[in-house]
Ligand binder design. Structure first.
Ligand code: NAD
Length: 364
């Protein structure tokens, strides 16, 4: 008869397995877990240069291994800093050839909004995972085409909503979900900056996806949704422009209301004409707020019972790209998939429709 093993013996044996899994033959048990994914940035404008570049110097699960650019003069700086070979440099005309490049696992689309769908689909069709900046695309049809391309090619598609990766934002998302301060009764969110744009800047041109609602409005829209966990039933909104010479055919500002189930109203505001950066959530048993709620650093807040949410020092974009890369490595969907970007683009379109109809209620 076999002697049953004691608990002490069991723990010794199982910890031996765990040690072997971790140190002995990691590649057998955890294939690719430790390897970094190769990212190619598509578009090397302000956001890529100012935020993603420093982020990609400290990411643990991905690294910059290539670029897609229409500006050859930018190549030396990027190549000098990240040391990728010439074969990993593409332009917008030959980007599809990235399909043959095993160094690249992910393309990150950081182009003006009207190009998000086209280049996300080129990336997905090349068999690469896609990270795409917000707003996801121009309209619902483009968003759906991106989601279909990702599904067809079995790649992840994530949208660059960095706030959803930010720790204090994640805390207030949890407050909403767990009803820590009771049921949500009202939300106010405003995202705006005082901007001056040169003539011809894509943010001032409707055909390029310009305007404050696409650029800044998606932050309060997304925040109203993530802080309540509720999906809007209908919207009202009014778009406006004071500096018509700078914004000849797009909104400089917008105010809107999202009607949530249970008669809860989420009030939103965005603008290129002044600074606003706060998210206030009222509940049956208290409140919580983040201010600023969308800055690259310093997102902080407080609650009605005196809880402080001090700023998290970590790099937001590095955290976002690492989370997305880890999801790819582990074969699971990203935290912010295409469906999430699609919902906000539908709301943006409904607010625009409401404004065209003089602020009428439009169902989503
Ligand atoms: P930008 O104008 O600084 O850069 C755009 C880049 O696209 C430039 O390198 C430009 O050369 C290139 N480009 C290629 N084709 C173009 C064309 N037809 N017209 C104009 N430019 C063209 O813009 P940005 O501020 O870097 O924004 C890029 C994207 O990133 C946008 O979708 C924006 O919404 C998003 N963004 C996100 C955040 C965030 O916090 N998540 C912040 C800023 C920008």
């Amino acid at each position: 008869m076999k002697t049953p093993i004691t608990r002490k013996q069991f723990l010794k044996i199982s910890s031996g397995f765990a040690a072997a899994a971790t140190f002995g033959f990691p590649n057998l048990i955890l294939p690719r877990r430790k390897e970094k994914l190769g990212v190619a940035l598509v578009g090397l404008g302000n956001y890529s240069h100012g935020q993603l570049r420093p982020g990609l110097r400290i990411t643990e699960h991905c690294e910059l291994r290539g670029i897609v650019t229409g500006s050859p003069e930018k190549i030396p700086e990027w190549q000098g800093e990240f040391g990728f070979p010439d074969k990993n440099i593409y332009d917008y005309g030959n980007m599809h050839q990235i399909a043959d490049n095993n160094d690249i696992d992910v393309v990150y689309i950081v182009l003006p909004n009207h190009l998000h769908a086209e280049y996300s689909i080129i990336g997905a069709d090349a068999g690469k995972h896609v990270m795409c900046e917000k707003p996801m695309a121009m309209d619902e049809a483009e968003c759906r085409a991106m989601i279909e391309a990702a599904e067809k090619n079995r790649v992840n598609l994530s949208i660059g909503y960095r706030m959803q990766h930010e720790p204090n934002t994640q805390t207030i998302i949890r407050y909403g979900r767990e009803q820590t301060y009771g049921r949500v009764t009202g939300i106010e969110a405003a995202g705006a900056f005082n901007g001056n744009f040169p003539e011809g800047d894509w943010r001032t041109i409707a055909a390029y996806g310009g305007g404050s609602l696409y650029d800044m409005g998606v932050y309060p829209i997304n925040a109203i949704r993530y802080s309540s966990g509720l999906e809007p039933i209908a919207v009202t909104g009014v778009l406006s422009t004071e500096r018509t010479e700078m914004f000849p055919d797009v909104d400089e500002s917008a105010i809107f209301e999202l009607e949530l189930p249970g008669g809860i109203i989420g009030k939103g505001e965005c603008s290129f004409a002044r600074n606003m950066n706060h998210l206030d959530v009222s509940c049956t048993d208290g409140w919580y707020r983040l201010s600023p709620f969308l800055s690259y650093s310093g997102v902080q807040g407080e609650t009605s019972d005196g809880t402080q949410l001090p700023p998290n020092p970590n790099h937001q974009q590095a955290r976002q790209m690492d989370n997305d890369a880890l999801a790819i490595k582990e074969g699971r969907p990203p935290l912010v998939p295409g469906a999430e970007g699609l919902r906000d683009v539908r709301i943006v379109q409904a607010i625009m429709e409401s404004s065209r109809r003089g602020g009428e209620r439009v169902e989503v």
